[in-house]
Structure formats: C-alpha cells, structure tokens
Design a binder for this molecule. Structure first.
Ligand code: MG
Length: 158
C-alpha cells in the first residue's frame, strides 16, 4: 500500500463558475485558474500521483499548455489514476477536506463524494469529503480563496 497527500489553493473571483469535486455550485463567485480550477480534484489528483511516486499535477498538466485551458479537472483525476494504474496501483480510499468561508458547502458534500467516486470508478464508500470554514482568518477565512487537502491510499492492483 502507498499513501499520498495533496494540497491546493485557488483565488475566488466574481463571475467565474465554481466547480468543486466535479460539481458545479451556483453562485456569484468561482475559482480563478487555468483549468476549471477545481481545487478539490486538483488536491486529490496530486495525492494520487504522490502515492504512486509519480511527481505532481503541474509536471503532468503544465498550466503553460493551452490544452488544459478551461479543462474539466475530472480529466486530471482520471488521468492521474490511469497513470498510477499503469504502475500497478489502484485507489483504496480518499479522504479530503475543503476549506471555504463562502459558499457554505454542507449541502454539496454528498454530491461531490458521488461524483469523485464515479470519476475514480470506485464506490462512494471509498470517498469522503469534509468541509471546514476559515473562521474569519487568513485568505480563506476572508472569503478570498478556497483550499483543499486530500489523502489517498493506493493498493497493489488486483
Ligand atoms: Mg490547482
């Protein structure tokens, strides 16, 4: 078995679409970034690559590459899992925390969990997504950014 950790942070901007865990959340702010800026999927994909010892998301999907402009980050996760799978690793479970002051995410966690499981080809029981507010502190707490941390366990593919 192998464990990996992923971290990401994106700035909130007016007028951008907000996509978290592959789920679009209606509102007036979204995350800025080269792709769809899905901070949660970025953290999970980085954790997958980390667990497999395969570097990081930036190395596989450089933001200088126009192919990834506005990309659906679901692609990053499925591709990270495909690459890890080619090295003999399968996803055992993922646990993640999204840190956001706005919007409130409690009502969206189940949907994110389902979508991540669907993208990864595992059961929802192997995926857990939690949310924390920023307590009014730092950039996240001031509602200027959303952050995510993910831990992934890979096991030798059957
Ligand atoms: Mg990112």
């Amino acid at each position: 078995m192998r464990v990996g950790i992923g971290e990401d942070l994106h700035r909130l901007e007016e007028g951008r679409r907000l996509v978290l865990g592959g789920v679009t959340i209606e509102g007036d702010v979204g995350l800025a970034g080269h792709s769809d800026a899905d901070v949660l999927l970025h953290a999970i994909a980085d954790a997958v690559l980390g667990a497999a010892g395969l570097g990081d998301l930036g190395a596989h999907f450089p933001s200088s590459d126009e192919r990834w402009a506005g990309a659906d980050s679901g692609l990053f996760l499925t591709e990270a899992l495909r690459i890890a799978g080619a090295s003999g690793w399968a996803l055992a479970n993922v646990d993640a925390t999204v840190r956001a002051e706005r919007p409130r995410l409690a009502g969206h966690l189940a949907g994110m969990r389902e979508r991540i499981a669907e993208l990864a080809g595992v059961s929802a029981e192997q995926v857990n997504v939690k949310a924390k507010s920023g307590e009014g502190l730092d950039a996240i707490g001031r509602g200027e950014a959303i952050g995510a941390t993910a831990v992934v366990l890979l096991e030798a593919a059957p």
